[in-house]
Design a protein. Structure first.
Ligand code: GCU
Length: 719
């Protein structure tokens, strides 16, 4: 009893600290502040009077802890676990295995088909009392159900009359950290890597558990700890012990760890003279390595591999194929249940006629030759995480192979952690794209959820934007992209706007006008960035190296890393001809997309310059000529960026001053950058079009040379 009183006092103290402490963004969407609408609060306090978890395991203890802090915070009173469910308003969570209330409810039929991770949340009666039951087949399902229930409270939704049934559409929902062992993060804009390798395995930072909690709350169940540009050192025994320490911490939150495997590891870490995938010594080395890993980490997830791309070693170094390489690792992992995610982001050192075609050319002939525990991990578009790309033509093109998408959450080409760009509409656009692989309705979502080609191994990866800065992602709105990735990986059919609303309510405010304004800003933001960076299908014209600002003039170095390779501007027009008359990349899409994209008159304008070299005087749907339209789009991007800043001013009183001021500062910087993009790109392309700027647009502030000479001293990321 004494212990219990102490615990309650501790909870209350934590709550009051939470109320007093500055909003630094560190609590993400799990703030659990008291429901501020008095009517709603009273209703919830009546409907939820206590909670109980049936059974005991590390995962259930995590769920119990979450219910305790969540309900105590949201309902504004200490809510330790109750002794029984025999009162109105009890929340009972568990599996039928615990032989308690949940078991007595006879839910077998409802639970069938929900798998290992699905759950039910139902309002029901028990011993003549109204209760809420959170039921699942496994403890992990209970944990996810608990987070769902808390989300209902956090977002002000109805919590009576519930009949919720949810199960993930995708089996492996995984973050890819591009984190190096020296704690730098490739394309990371939120400080250093979370993984303090120097302190592991002995010293465990509290952030690890916070990280796992946040991921579990949105259904993420896997994490690749290391960069795809891999370092074999992570496979050495001392590092594996560090990895094991993280795996132990993440396990109660349903999260498995994975590592990137450097293909040449048998040479670098094993002292062999070759990494040839068909060499018996190499095969034995990977087998032994897998055995060693599983001795330390029994639920190790598997390997992510970048091979024969951008200088990374791979099977082609030995005249072998991607299938030979992937199968080597797959065979080593298979006895333990591990998987291989083999990346299709490949392009070799010989510059191809069109880099957009290379992955398809290399992988389609290998369809059906990969082991059952291999997935091919494909970036959403054929080039590289651009503000807009068509979906990757590999989706749907390898029916005999499990395919998973790789989205970027970190904003490498989208303003890093400085610009507010909500990425869910980009993810959604890709997932809803119809590949026509098996006729209409063959969306990317149906390819990757396994239903189109009957695959049971399914996955979705997001390149993380997380670092050790206080608010995790640098830009407070970067958190929304992490959140949205998790929600969409659970259910690819969710809508971006609904996800944004959830996130805003949990992260910022439940004030309806503010929710509406912020939601509108978020939903418009991706298209705004496209306008001021790469309108009408332009792509890869960013500044060399850091990819932050404009660099359409970049013309030296490896050809397919330059901007001129992609925009192909000349006196006649602009854009990459990917029709049959050009590189014929359109030929990699199924009909009728070939015709849709391939004919100038049919091609959607947002992808026009991706697929066509278009004359400057080409008439556009707006009635303007291409040159004028390009200038208008750039200008519209700037106007809209200014509007974002103004709209944010409108939510001033509804947001805590700390985060309000921080975002206001970032939006001002974004507007500055948008102008830079507009002016630099319009001036540059004018040197080809030879046409005047439309009279009603403000002229650029400086001349082209000024923009070319501009350097960036205030942007995040590795310098
Ligand atoms: C991009 C990015 C690299 C990264 C690569 C990859 O090219 O700029 O930093 O390594 O993608 O996805 O492998």
């Amino acid at each position: 009893m004494k212990k219990r009183t102490l615990r309650i006092a501790l909870i209350m103290a934590t709550l009051s600290v939470a109320v007093l402490r500055a909003e630094d963004g560190s609590r993400l969407w799990l703030r659990y502040d008291r429901i501020d609408n008095p009517l709603l609060l009273a209703g919830c306090q009546k409907s939820v009077t206590g909670w109980i978890i049936e059974g005991d395991s590390p995962v259930l203890r995590a769920a119990a802890g979450e219910l305790e802090i969540g309900l105590s915070g949201l309902l504004g009173r200490a809510m330790p676990e109750a002794r029984s469910a025999r009162r109105h308003g009890s929340v009972v969570a568990g599996t039928p295995a615990a032989a308690g209330v949940i078991a007595s409810m006879g839910l077998a039929k409802e639970l069938a088909g929900l798998g290992e991770e699905g759950y039910l949340i139902i309002s029901t009666r028990f011993k003549r009392k109204n209760i809420t039951a959170i039921a699942a087949n496994s403890d992990r399902g209970v944990l996810y159900g608990v987070f769902h229930f808390l989300r209902l409270l956090q977002t002000g939704q109805e919590i009576t009359g519930l009949a919720i049934k949810s199960a993930p559409e995708i089996r492996i929902r995984i973050l890819n950290h591009w984190d190096n062992l020296d704690r730098t993060v490739e394309r990371g804009y939120a400080g250093r890597s979370l993984w303090a390798w120097e302190d592991l395995p002995g010293r465990l930072h509290p952030r690890y558990t916070e990280y796992a909690r946040a991921n579990a709350s949105i259904g993420i169940n896997g994490t690749v700890l290391t960069n795809v540009n891999a370092n074999a050192q992570v496979l050495t025994e001392s590092y594996l012990r560090k990895v094991a320490a993280l795996a132990d911490l993440f396990r109660p939150w349903g999260i498995r760890v994975y590592l990137t495997a450097r293909f040449s590891a048998p040479v670098e870490a094993g002292g062999l003279s070759t990494a040839d995938p068909l060499d018996p010594a190499v095969i034995a080395w990977w087998r032994d390595k897998a055995d060693e890993i599983y001795r330390l980490i029994p639920d190790f997830g598997g390997f992510l591999v970048k091979a024969n791309s951008e200088g990374q070693p791979g099977p082609q170094n030995y005249g072998r194929s991607h299938a030979d390489g992937a199968n080597l690792l797959a065979d080593a992992l298979a006895p333990h249940g591990g998987i291989v995610m083999w990346r299709a982001f490949v392009y070799d050192n010989n510059v191809p006629d069109d880099r957009a075609k290379q992955a398809w050319n290399e992988f389609v002939p290998l369809d059906g030759r990969f082991r059952e525990n291999v997935l091919i991990q494909v970036k959403n578009g054929p080039i590289d995480f651009q503000p807009r790309e068509p979906f990757h033509p590999l989706f749907g093109a390898m029916p005999g192979t499990a395919m998973m998408p790789e989205f970027q959450i970190t904003q490498e080409y989208l303003g890093a952690s400085v610009h507010l760009v909500y990425l869910a509409p980009l993810y959604e656009e890709c997932l809803r794209s119809d590949t026509h692989a098996s006729g209409p309705g063959s969306t990317v979502a149906r390819v990757i959820d396994g239903t189109l080609h009957a695959h049971s191994l399914t996955a979705m990866a997001g390149v993380a934007n997380i670092g050790d800065v206080c608010n995790w992602t640098g830009h407070p709105f970067g958190q929304a992209n992490w959140y949205a990735f998790g929600r969409l990986a659970w259910d690819p059919d969710l809508g971006s706007a609904a996800i944004a609303e959830e996130w805003i309510r949990m992260t910022f405010t439940g004030d309806a006008p503010a929710v509406a304004t912020i939601g509108k800003m978020m939903m418009a933001s991706r298209e705004i960035a496209v306008d001021y960076m790469t309108p009408l299908g332009l792509h890869h014209i960013m500044y060399y190296g850091h990819h932050y600002g404009p660099g359409p003039w970049v013309d030296s170095g490896r050809a397919d890393w330059t901007s001129v390779y992609y925009h192909r501007a000349d006196s006649l027009g602009v854009g990459f001809d990917r029709t049959p008359a050009g590189s014929d990349a359109v030929g990699q899409y199924f009909p009728p997309l070939r015709e849709l994209y391939g004919r100038l008159e049919n091609c959607p304008e947002e992808l026009l310059l991706w697929f066509h070299h278009v004359p400057w005087d080409h008439p556009m749907k707006s009635g303007r000529l291409l040159w004028d339209e390009l200038c208008f789009r750039y200008d519209a991007g700037v106007q809209s960026a200014a509007r974002l800043r103004e709209e944010w001013e409108g939510v001033k009183g509804s947001i805590d001053p700390e985060r309000f001021t921080e975002v206001a500062g970032l939006l001002a910087k974004q507007e500055r950058d948008a102008r830079l993009w507009r002016d630099a790109c319009s001036l540059y392309f004018q040197t080809f079009s030879g046409r005047p700027f439309p009279a009603d647009l403000a002229p650029p502030q400086h001349d082209l040379e000024w923009y070319k000479a501009h350097t960036y001293d205030d942007i995040p990321g590795i310098k």
